[in-house]
Write a protein that binds this ligand. Structure first.
Ligand SMILES: [Zn+2]
Length: 103
C-alpha cells in the first residue's frame, strides 16, 4: 500500500478535505487508514458494567486510502507515490513531484 503508519497525509475528499494528519494505523487488507484527528464519528454507547460510560463517544474511523495523499517530507507537496527498486533489490516509495525516495 502507498500509505503507511506514521506517514503524514492530506485528506483530499470527504468532510475533512484539506486537513492534514498522521497515520495512526494502516489496514492494507481493507485499503484503509486511521488518521489522527480525521473522520470523527459519534458512537452512542450504553453503559456496560462499571467500565463503559453511557453517552456519545467521538472517535476517529478509518478512511479509504484513495481519499488521502501522502505529504512528501522533502518537497512538502501532496505526492503521487511511485515505487522504485534500489540496487539491492529493495522496493522503496518515491515522490513523483520531486523524485526523492520517501523511505
Ligand atoms: Zn517530494
Amino acid at each position: 500500500m502507498k500509505i503507511r503508519k506514521n506517514d503524514t497525509v492530506l485528506v483530499i475528499a470527504g468532510k475533512d478535505r484539506g486537513k492534514k494528519g498522521k497515520v495512526r494505523y494502516a489496514y492494507p487488507k481493507d485499503q484503509r487508514v486511521l488518521v489522527e484527528g480525521i473522520n470523527f464519528i459519534k458512537r452512542h454507547s450504553q453503559a456496560r458494567g462499571a467500565v463503559r460510560q453511557a453517552g456519545i463517544i467521538e472517535r476517529e474511523a478509518p478512511i479509504n486510502v484513495s481519499n488521502v495523499m501522502l505529504l512528501c517530507n522533502k518537497c512538502n507537496h501532496p505526492a503521487r507515490v511511485g515505487f522504485r527498486f534500489l540496487a539491492d533489490g529493495k522496493r522503496v516509495r518515491f515522490c513523483r513531484s520531486c523524485g526523492e525516495v520517501i523511505d
